[in-house]
Every structure is written in C-alpha cells, then in structure tokens.
Design a protein around this ligand. Sequence first.
Ligand SMILES: *[C@@H]1O[C@H](CO)[C@@H](O)[C@H](O)[C@H]1NC(C)=O
Ligand SMILES: *[C@@H]1O[C@H](CO)[C@@H](O)[C@H](O)[C@H]1NC(C)=O
Length: 356
Amino acid sequence: MSSRRHGMKAVVVVVVIAHVLLCHVAGGGGGVPAVIVFGDSTADTGNNNFIQTMARGNYPPYGRDFAGGVATGRFSNGRLAADFVSEALGLPPAVPPYLDPSHSIHQLASGVSFASAGTGLDNITAQILSAMTLSQQIDHFRQYKEKLRWAKGEAAAHHIISQALYILSVGTSDFLHNYLVFPIRGNRFTLPRYEAYLAGAAAGAVRAVHGLGGRRVKLAGLPPLGCLPVERTINPDRPGDCNEMYNMVALSFNARLKRLIGRLNWELPGAQVEYVDQYSILSAIIAKPWEYGFGNSMQGCCGTGFVETGILCALDDALACDDADKYVFFDAVHPSERAYKIIADAFINTTSPVFH
Ligand SMILES: *[C@@H]1O[C@H](CO)[C@@H](O)[C@H](O)[C@H]1NC(C)=O
Ligand SMILES: *[C@@H]1O[C@H](CO)[C@@H](O)[C@H](O)[C@H]1NC(C)=O
C-alpha cells in the first residue's frame, strides 16, 4: 500500500517536472517562438535604411529615447507597438529589420520585421515613396523561411513559422497619400470601391502568409485618420479639429476588415486571424489625453508639431519638445513611444490567450 502511494507521488512529481520543463522550452509567451511583422511606418523597424527611398527615420530626433539614443529607422522617439508585443511575449525587446545584414538568421528566428515605411495595401501607394510593396515583403518572408530551414532544420523552422504571431499593420498611406489628401486613385475608384479593393489586397496578404504556413495573424485596423496632427492642420472646414470625414472612412474600412476576417477564418484551414482595434484606444487617448498621462494629443513633438514628419523633423530638430512622453504623437503622423506602448497594452489585454 505504502509503496504504491510512493509510486503515485513519484508519477505526480515527474509529471509536474515535465510540465515545468515544457513550459520553459516553450518560452514565456505560451509557445510563441517569434513575432513576424509586415506593414508600413507603424511597423518598419529599419528596413527602409537599406533601400533607396525618401521615407526614412534614421536621423535625429527619431530614436532619441531608444536604447542608446539610436535613430534606427523607426518613425518614433523610441520603440513601436510590435517591439512591446515581442517583449511581452518574453521575446527580444526590439524586433530586428529583415534587411539589416548585421542580424544573423539565428537572431531573426525569434522575430523579424519586413515592413517598409510609406507602403500600402495598394502597390501604387508604395511607388509614391519607393517603399517595398506588400508582395515584396511576402517574397522576403518566403526567403526567410528558406533560410530558417537551412539554418535550423525542417522541424524547428516549421515550429517557428506555424506558431509565430504575425502582425500586419498597413493602410493609412493608401487613404492619405493615395486617395483622400492626394486623390491619385480617385480617378479610378469611388471610395467604397477603393475600400473593397484594399480589403481584397489585405485578404491576399493574409492568404499568402497562411499559404506559407502562418496561422496566428493579427490584422490592425486603421487609426482615427482625421485626428493625426497633420490632418487637423489641413482640415479645410475646421482647421485644428479632427477631420470627421476621414474618421468615418477609417471606421467604414475597419468594419469591412472585421467582416473580411470572419470570412478568412472560415476559408483558411487552421487560421486564427484576429482584428486589432487601434482606432478605439487611440481615439480614447486623443479625447482624454490627461487620463493617460499625456499633455498634448493635437500636435506632434517634433518641429512645430503641425505638419512635420520624416526629414522635416530633422530640419528643425531644435524645435522638438522636451518630453515626448507628454505627447501622443511624436511627429505629425506617428505616435510617440509611450502611445505605442499603450496601444500594445490594449492589444495584449484583448487578444487571444497567447499572453499569460
Ligand atoms: C502588386 O504587385 C504584385 C507583383 O506585381 C502582384 O502580384 C499583386 O497582385 C499586386 N497587388 C495588388 C493589390 O494589385
Ligand atoms: C491592460 O491591462 C492592465 C492590467 O489589467 C491594465 O493595468 C492596463 O490599464 C490595461 N491597458 C490597456 C491599454 O487596456
């Protein structure tokens, strides 16, 4: 009897140890081995530094609150939402850019960004600033997968690709650079048709990632476009106020994305596509910045705060604000690091249980 009890105890101990070991091997993030990112300047961690383009953020004041004060190419004073998500999963605190030759494939195995500032769902949007199209980003992902198989072996590569968290953050430039502010696409598409076209392109990107083995895809919706500082400045009806028409466009496109995600989950075997609601959290912060510890939600920190982004921020570096943590936006288009942290927290709080 007593020896049998000992036997049971031993089994329990072994099971507990095995469980602890498995959880340890799986990492702190409930088994997410990597964060893999596609998209535009909200997700580009430095790829554009390695291509011919005007859309770069690798000079001050960008990066002034990044580790070591380095301007990495991120369009912010510090890290982006994807960096914080990676850190929250127990992965590296900064997601490296694919095109940076100083990162080995072993470093990229725990996360990589293929994003390119200035790109869109529409190939024409990417052309405006010579950014990498989404198709080019997917081609790089295909290449990355091959390198992983070569470096890590078939089984490990399959584990990384199938269990990774994929983040797709893109669309703002399509509406702003290509339709609403500069109506390049306005000749060919009505607004609802352009939205449908872009949603089709987003579906194409998700199908491509799924086809290459990705399963957990987080598709970010648009932010409140009309409340980006530059859109307030050029608001023709009420300068300084949010452009409500632009916000309506963002809401309408986001609703379309949500419906699309429902269809994709039904269509693609094993897919776990989820919508990331940036709109609600950013609108909440913009409406009541003080509740989140911000002093200014209407202007960017760099330059005058009304219009500057990219190289214009560098031209009047001396004008930049003292404490970017008090600003929702770091330039007239892009959130500050602290705003990105809150967006990432909202994402972590509401997303499926990959976080513990
Ligand atoms: C963008 O271009 C690529 C390559 O030319 C093409 O395969 C893809 O379908 C295009 N995307 C859209 C949305 O038209
Ligand atoms: C996320 O959850 C934490 C812990 O419950 C909470 O303190 C924080 O305010 C939440 N953040 C957001 C942006 O929802």
